[in-house]
Design a protein around this ligand. Structure first.
Ligand SMILES: Nc1ncnc2c1ncn2[C@@H]1O[C@H](COP(=O)(O)OP(=O)(O)OP(=O)(O)O)[C@@H](O)[C@H]1O
Ligand SMILES: [Mg+2]
Length: 244
């Protein structure tokens, strides 16, 4: 079956510094893939390329078999910090892509409800907590009705409890909207909880790359014991990668 997203990056360098080399990664329909790896190994660089924000690389991107170039409406991107426009209301931020008056689109109210922000349509970002602001960013990411959602450490700036709530929200919206998700995270438990597959980038060891399948069906309950063995294996690999 053709992958929804087919990534083949032969080379991504910043000047003389090569960051990604011979990377092949496929994302299938409805799949959640977590990308882990040491700081500086190129995870954010990869996401920028897939989002179409960085076109200075050698390689090809395909969506549904067709070449992909530049920013694409089918791909939504959510960053570590919400990046809301401070002078716009929550509703205006969500509907930003539609321009003036877009906040009256009925889908804004639907999305606000879906992410648990009903009643905050007219709030300004500074009136939101960190977790609420990230919920608004998720709603904005969904507004364009993407098929693929890219997330770069989206929950690392919130407390542990809020993080769990946001993880469950992501799992729920991904299932409801039939999204395919590529999630960069440093949190192995988050990767084990959310993803079908975990990919470890390890550029210092050359093109070595490890894939781990997380077999349990989604949605998952949080039972640390269930995936303890896989967690041990992944942590061992990460330690090995750091030691190089
Ligand atoms: N615009 C840039 N110009 C030059 N070098 C860059 C640029 N962006 C990233 N780099 C370098 O490329 C490498 C990979 O960076 P990247 O941000 O992709 O790593 P990362 O895996 O996302 O790390 P982290 O886990 O810390 O977020 C790093 O060595 C970084 O210094
Ligand atoms: Mg990064």
């Amino acid at each position: 079956m053709t992958a929804l997203l087919d990534i083949a990056i032969h080379d991504k360098s910043y000047g003389a510094r090569r960051v990604l080399h011979n990377l092949q990664l496929q994302l299938h329909r409805g799949e959640i893939v977590s990308l882990i790896g040491a700081s500086g190994c190129g995870k954010s660089s990869l996401l920028s390329i897939v989002a179409g924000l960085d076109t200075s690389f050698r390689g090809t991107l395909r969506m549904g078999g067709k070449p992909l170039a530049g920013v694409h409406a089918d791909i939504g991107l959510i960053f570590q910090e919400p990046r809301l426009f401070p002078w716009l209301t929550v509703a205006q931020n969500i509907a930003f892509g539609l321009g003036a008056g877009g906040e009256n689109d009925p889908r804004v109210a639907q999305l606000l409800e879906e992410v648990g922000l009903q009643g905050h349509a007219h709030s300004l970002p500074k009136q939101l907590s960190g977790g609420q602001a990230q919920r608004a960013a998720i709603a904005r990411g969904l507004f364009g009705q993407p098929r693929i959602l890219l997330l770069d450490e989206p929950f690392s700036a919130v407390d542990a409890f809020t993080r769990m709530k946001l993880q469950d929200l992501l799992a729920a919206v991904a299932a409801r909207h039939g999204l395919s998700v590529l999630l960069v995270t440093h949190d192995i438990d988050e990767a084990l909880h959310l993803s079908d597959r975990i990919v470890m980038l390890d550029t210092r060891a050359g093109p070595r790359r490890a894939h781990y399948d997380v077999a349990a069906p989604r949605p998952r309950v949080r039972t640390p014991a269930a995936q303890a063995q896989l967690k041990e294996t992944i942590l061992g690999e990460l330690h090995a990668a750091h030691a190089i």
